[in-house]
Design a protein around this ligand. Sequence first.
Ligand SMILES: C[S@@+](CC[C@H](N)C(=O)[O-])C[C@H]1O[C@@H](n2cnc3c(N)ncnc32)[C@H](O)[C@@H]1O
Length: 209
Amino acid sequence: MRLVNKFQQSLFTEEVRDFYPKGSKRQEIEKKFKNIIHEELNLGSLVSYVGNKKVPFLRIYRYKEAFSFHLVRKFLKRLQAGIEDYVFDPFSGLGTTLFTSMICNIPSIGIDKLPFAYFISKTLPLFLQLKENELKEIWFSLKAKLHESEPAEIATDVPIMQVAFKEDILLTLRKLKTSIDSLSFPYCDIFRFIFFSIFLRSSSLKGRS
Ligand SMILES: C[S@@+](CC[C@H](N)C(=O)[O-])C[C@H]1O[C@@H](n2cnc3c(N)ncnc32)[C@H](O)[C@@H]1O
């Protein structure tokens, strides 16, 4: 059976517009921009972060609200954006739009209300400064000294951490945090980024989000 997203298909019909409370801001905005908005359902598969699964760097941190690289690139091409333009993303999230603009040589700027999203999006471009095998070498030296590291004073007072992680895994993560904090910039931020990306995957809550 083929599933059809009826809601999306009829987004601007009267029937769905009634879905929003009468006089609401949402209804007002949709009405205002109705004439310049159209739907392209064939872009559906490109929209979400799933499209980043094979894209270097963007695939590391799975930010579920992210757009995909391919969608952003398609729009930059369609709008013929170039180096003389400026991309502004007021909801920049993981930074897919900013990162893709940078790859396409287009200046960009973004805002996000989540400090974490800000951190992720400003750290992504740092990966491009790395030399071949540099991360691997740092990782091997961190790993060799991990057992000597003091566990960072985090997570011990947060009850869900005890449920989310097996004791030995949590201890290793806390030691890893100390080791990462001792690195110089940009390696500390690059490893923090990687640390966050493995955090959920190493928890027993994975798959529940
Ligand atoms: C769909 S995601 C953005 C995806 C992003 N444009 C990209 O290229 O991957 C939406 C983001 O908007 C942010 N957001 C929501 N309300 C906001 C607000 N009032 N001001 C700034 N950011 C906001 C959320 O934190 C979330 O990261």
